[in-house]
Write a protein that binds this ligand. Structure first.
Ligand code: HEM
Length: 133
């Protein structure tokens, strides 16, 4: 059966603009949830250096480092996509290039993630597998 298409792409499969809208919401909420946790862990300093050091020691755990890598990815995606949204806000005519701009901003995000994943991933492998990369 022939695929039904809308102006924005194949029906029900969304478009780059639609997927980036969802990703922007998900990353925005993820970042703010981390911010709440971070306010709490930083506030522990009020109980003195020992209490604070015990709490922040959790950031030495390799699995928490994986979550940290996810956090960096979320912030980076949200920031780059946020600038794209601002371009649409200031120059409404640019929405004609929504698909191209969404692909370009996602591409920029992926390219930026390559060195970041290497730098942070190296630490994760060293901590979890005892390697010395
Ligand atoms: C790094 C620089 C950032 C930029 C350029 C940026 C940009 C934006 C823009 C333009 C929007 C509006 C989206 C729309 O109109 O649909 C937005 C939404 C939002 N941002 Fe950010 N933001 C940034 C950082 C942050 C941070 C640090 C947080 C969390 C602490 C955050 C949380 C959110 C949330 C929760 C939304 C609402 C999402 C939605 O309703 O779809 N943003 N951001």
């Amino acid at each position: 059966m022939a695929k039904r298409k809308t102006d924005l792409g194949t029906l029900y499969k969304g478009s780059p603009g639609q997927w980036s809208w969802i990703a922007h919401r998900v990353t925005g909420v993820a970042i703010i949830l981390f911010l709440f946790a971070h306010v709490v862990d930083t506030a522990v300093v009020g109980w003195g250096p020992d209490a604070y050091n015990r709490v922040v020691a959790v950031y030495h755990n390799w699995f928490v480092r994986v979550l940290e890598l996810g956090l960096v990815a979320a912030v980076l995606y949200h920031a780059i996509n946020g600038v794209k949204i601002m371009v649409f806000d200031f120059w409404p005519g640019s929405t004609r290039y929504m698909k191209q701009l969404s692909i370009a901003s996602t591409g920029l995000f992926l390219v930026a993630m390559i060195p970041i994943t290497w730098i942070m991933g190296r630490d994760i492998l060293n901590l979890s597998l005892g390697w010395n990369l």
